[in-house]
Write a protein that binds this ligand. Structure first.
Ligand SMILES: Nc1ncnc2c1ncn2[C@@H]1O[C@H](COP(=O)(O)OP(=O)(O)OP(=O)(O)O)[C@@H](O)[C@H]1O
Ligand SMILES: [Mg+2]
Length: 293
């Protein structure tokens, strides 16, 4: 209807980011606002998992993209949805840019690289422009990213979550039938405190925790091979034991992970037989086993 007037995805978002009707009709208020949260499955998507931690900067996006590529390498038709509206990382990590095309039904068509389909707010706004939105706009944007993307047929969709336990997490957990969550943390207490909050949030909304990933677990000096536990040792392992959660794997702190991210070639693509890729692929194998027993 009114959307047919828009020719490109960005035009659609910029001119009418709230998706309000053009007539004088009242705006469609999201279900959640009316106190009617309703979980839905994402159309044509088999399993949906969230990669999360309430703590920022612990490696959620890095693990999410390598996990998704790992699942793809196992033969699963995989997509990744960047749900970080304010700080999307997936376009950079997958070396993708540009505007998504719209399908005949005005749904966003994912951008693909390395065999992985992806959607992100980063494709819908100019990369150098900050998104300055209030909660309602964020929820509406999320709703569209969650339910108005034409993924085709997917076996798994990986959601890369922003830090925190706020609007975004609430919208996702209330609106999408999640098959599990993977919690990322460094071994440091200050990260674990927030990771535990994330676990608690998923438990409250009855989403199974598939396991935890201990990121930046150890640093090995490239010159002398001395190992240092910069962020502490085994903190995530201890938390897993305490809560009866599986530790899916350890990812070392390694400069190549940073470099691969900046080059838009995630480690499992840049060096598939390298040590870090192996660590990511092992995690992907365990997640795959839990999703498709
Ligand atoms: N194991 C690692 N070794 C080296 N660098 C890493 C590792 N994991 C993540 N990084 C780097 O740390 C930074 C933060 O990682 P990332 O963006 O994946 O975290 P995040 O949890 O998604 O952050 P945010 O909370 O902002 O979404 C990035 O520069 C990334 O390249
Ligand atoms: Mg991130």
């Amino acid at each position: 209807m009114y959307r047919r007037a828009f020719h490109t995805a960005r035009q659609l978002w910029h001119e009418n980011p709230l998706g309000l009707p053009r007539s004088g009709a009242p705006p469609s208020i999201p279900r959640m606002q009316r106190g009617l949260p309703q979980k839905q499955r994402i159309k044509n998507v088999g399993k949906v998992i969230a990669v999360s931690s309430a703590k920022g900067g612990v490696g959620k996006s890095t693990v999410a993209v390598n996990l998704a590529l790992g699942l793809s390498s196992l033969g699963r038709r995989t997509g990744i949805l960047d749900t970080d509206i304010f700080g999307p990382s997936i376009p950079k990590l997958l070396n993708l840019s540009g505007e998504p095309r719209l399908s005949e039904k005005n749904q966003l068509i994912p951008l693909s690289n390395y065999g992985l389909r992806s959607m992100s707010m980063g494709y819908l706004v100019d990369p150098e422009n900050a998104v300055v939105w209030r909660g309602l706009m964020v929820m509406k944007a999320l709703q569209q990213l969650l339910h108005e993307v034409d993924w085709g047929e997917l076996d798994v969709l990986v959601l890369d979550l922003p830090p925190g336990t706020g609007d975004t997490q609430l919208t996702i957990t209330q609106q999408v039938e999640l098959d599990g969550a993977v919690i990322i943390s460094t071994p440091q207490d200050i990260a674990l405190i927030d990771a535990v909050k994330g676990i608690d949030m998923f438990s409250k909304v009855k989403v199974p925790i598939l396991g935890m990933v201990q990121n930046m677990s150890v640093f090995t000096c490239p010159n002398c091979s001395h190992t240092t536990h910069i962020f502490g040792q085994d903190g995530v392992l201890r938390e897993c034991r305490k809560r009866n959660i599986e530790l899916l794997g350890n990812i070392p702190l390694h400069p190549s992970i940073c470099q691969d991210a900046d080059a838009g070639r995630p480690s499992v693509i840049a060096d598939p037989s390298g040590e870090t890729a192996k660590a990511f692929l092992e995690i992907a194998g365990k997640v795959d086993g839990k999703l498709f027993p």
